[in-house]
Write a protein that binds this ligand. Structure first.
Ligand SMILES: O=C(O)CCC(=O)C(=O)O
Length: 264
């Protein structure tokens, strides 16, 4: 079952309905070339410096990773706050929280020779089986063209009806083939994983997860970013990074900047 593919010109209600039905959608060509080039250039030194530190069986031994992406590129807000991505995240998450926030920010470079990653759902960092709704949405941005050969993300459509990775057969899996600057958006419960890189060149991506605002964030932004790095962000970025309260009682601090405490 192919992953449905859209562009920013398609109607967002249609894209949302498709995301809910299939658990994943590709949206092509969302980023300008200069943003893809800029963020790729900004991440290069970090991939080279720390990318190997996170190599393990799950992440891959031929894959480089960088977390806390906010601090490395001024282009990052263009991805994290992309209006269409937020429209999809609003539709999935806002019915179940007052505000949502970033869960994690990770740059991934799959090097030639890497095998396919184990299929998994991103929401397993929560006891999500207790929830009757989605806890997370992920947006995985292609910084290189994603092809069948270079490790385009493997996805099991919700329509296949399998939640247990051990039951997945190869014919259930599709790959998010898409040009650089595109994104594949998938639900927290959707089975997926990085593909095998049989090409001669690396495959770079950034994956951002968004989670319900009353959940703990997967990547601890309070420790990942310094006070100076947070102060340098826009208010919208700061809030999305989790520097905000959820409603009147959760994550509050004395100044009550949202004025919610006194409304109750
Ligand atoms: O790189 C990819 O295509 C997917 C990576 C992924 O799903 C993960 O590491 O959790």
């Amino acid at each position: 079952m192919a992953i449905p593919s859209y562009t920013a010109h398609d109607s967002s209600p249609e894209i949302i309905a498709s995301l809910e039905r299939h658990g994943a959608v590709v949206i092509e060509n969302l980023l300008a070339e200069n943003v893809v080039d800029g963020i790729s250039r900004d991440l290069r030194p970090e991939f080279d410096r720390e990318g190997h530190l996170y190599q393990n069986t799950f992440n891959g031994h031929q894959t480089l990773r960088v977390g806390g992406v906010t601090k490395y590129s001024q282009h990052f807000p263009t991805l994290l706050l992309h209006p269409l991505v937020l429209e999809l995240a609003d539709a999935i998450l806002k019915p179940h929280c007052e505000v949502y926030q970033v869960g994690s920010t990770t740059a991934i470079e799959i090097l030639p020779g890497e095998g396919a990653q184990v299929l998994h759902a991103d929401d397993t960092c929560y006891p999500s089986h207790l929830l009757p709704f989605e806890a997370q949405v992920s947006a995985l941005w292609a910084l290189d063209d994603f092809t069948l050969e270079n490790g385009a993300t493997r996805i099991v459509s919700r329509e296949v009806g399998i939640n247990d990775p051990s039951e997945v057969r190869e014919e259930h899996v599709e790959q998010a083939v898409m040009p650089r600057g595109s994104a594949v958006i998938y639900l927290g419960s959707t089975l997926h994983g990085g593909g095998e890189n049989r090409s001669e060149a690396p495959r770079k991506a950034i994956v951002n997860t968004y989670c319900l605002g009353w959940l703990r964030q997967e990547e601890n932004q309070y420790l990942t970013l310094t006070a100076e790095e947070i102060a340098a962000q826009s208010e919208e970025m700061r809030r999305m990074l989790g520097f905000q309260a959820h409603g009147p009682f959760l994550g509050v601090w004395p100044e009550d900047p949202d004025g919610k405490w006194y409304e109750t």
